[in-house]
Design a protein around this ligand. Structure first.
Ligand code: NAD
Length: 337
């Protein structure tokens, strides 16, 4: 089995590669990543010399590069993690989000059609649904919930999802989509809430929280997300969307307080800043459809976050490498193996 993982030098893609190489030692995994600011080749250094892993630096919007890789490797499965993923950056300038997240998906799907790939999996997000009110705790996103993205990032992901569904219907592309809630775990770029707050707390710096900190997210450990994708590819039905959550709803303020407590830091480090424009109030996912495939998220928030904090403390050089910008030097790697 040969798998292409796009965006595998980023947070979830790298965790997925580790998960797959560990679970299926006979699979060959190829990572295609453009190494944008969010890609970090040093994350993959422990597997760089594995005979069943190879890395290719390239852009999913670059048709020539993508087709050359498909021609050479003849993939069975393609999993698209590659994306511009940071909401705040999409508010600043959405153009690269439209290019990568929509056109990149189209280029990959056309390559899948040309090379008769057996499964294309699009890694999407629950943010395509917009948000839920805070005062209706029983209301959850199902796969039929209307698409109402709030940020340009979420709109670009929703657009890509619609394109995937159209390829399923019109071209009979064997594709599936997963829409996952907020992930946390090792190797997450420190602009995202949890690693950002951990790195600030470790340096005794202020922890800026948007608005009143009451925005709620359903936090899932990245390994549970990886397991869900594996399950969907094995047991999921082509043309279907699967929501993936863990039922671990926490407000941003609760998350930040938990981090400070674990690190023995005072709550006086919290500083409230102006809210993000269009900030979604609450995300909460109904995962019963993916659970009907035999999947269940196993990591409790308390255990997962403790383990994650320990990981960032023990791997402070990984964060330091990013904060100092040194990781960009190790990213100067041009070779396709
Ligand atoms: N982080 C979350 O909580 C979350 C939740 C649900 C879904 N998702 C989705 O999961 C996927 C991965 O998210 P992440 O948090 O790991 O993102 P990330 O920003 O950490 O990583 C993205 C990776 O994609 C690469 N990339 C960007 N543009 C590219 C291009 N044009 N060609 C090739 N590679 C490119 C980057 O170099 C980086 O390695 C995204 O599609 C995101 O929408 C993320």
């Amino acid at each position: 089995m040969k798998i292409l993982v796009t965006g595998g030098a980023g947070f979830i893609g790298s965790n997925y590669i580790f998960y797959m190489l560990d679970k299926y030692p006979n699979y060959k995994v190829v990572c295609l990543d453009a190494l944008t600011y969010a890609g970090n080749l040093s994350t993959l250094k422990s597997i760089m010399n594995y005979p069943n892993f190879s890395f290719c630096k390239g852009d999913i919007t670059d048709k020539r590069c993508v087709y050359e890789l498909f021609e050479k490797e003849k993939f069975d499965i393609v999993i698209n993690f590659a994306a511009e993923s940071h909401v705040d950056r999409s508010i600043e300038d959405s153009s690269i989000f439209i290019t990568t997240n929509i056109i990149g998906t189209q280029v990959l799907m056309d390559a899948c059609r040309s090379y008769e790939v057996k499964r294309f999996h699009q890694v999407s997000t629950d943010e395509v649904y917009g948000d839920l009110p805070l005062d209706r705790p029983n209301l959850l996103f199902t796969e039929h919930y209307p698409l109402k993205p709030s940020s340009p990032y979420a709109a670009s992901k929703a657009s890509a999802d619609l394109l995937v569904l159209s390829y399923c219907r019109t071209h009979k592309l064997p594709a599936t989509i997963s829409r996952c809630s907020n992930n946390y775990g090792p190797y997450q770029f420190p602009e995202k809430l949890i690693p950002f707050m951990i790195s600030k707390a470790l340096e005794d710096k202020k922890l800026p929280i948007y608005g009143d900190g009451m925005n709620v997210r359903d936090w899932i450990h990245v390994k549970d997300h990886c397991k869900a994708i594996d399950k969907i590819i094995k047991k999921g039905k082509v043309g279907e969307i699967y929501n993936v959550g863990s039922g671990n709803e926490r407000s941003n303020l609760e998350v930040v307080r938990f981090i400070l407590k674990q690190l023995n830091k005072p709550e006086s480090l919290i500083s409230y800043v102006n809210d993000r424009p269009g900030h979604d109030l609450r995300y909460a996912t109904d995962s019963s459809k993916v659970e009907s495939l035999g999947y269940k998220a196993h990591t409790s928030f308390e255990n997962g976050i403790k383990e994650t904090i320990d990981w960032y403390v023990e791997n402070d050089s990984w964060i330091e490498n990013i904060l100092s910008g040194k990781y960009k030097i190790s990213n100067i790697y041009n070779k396709t193996r």
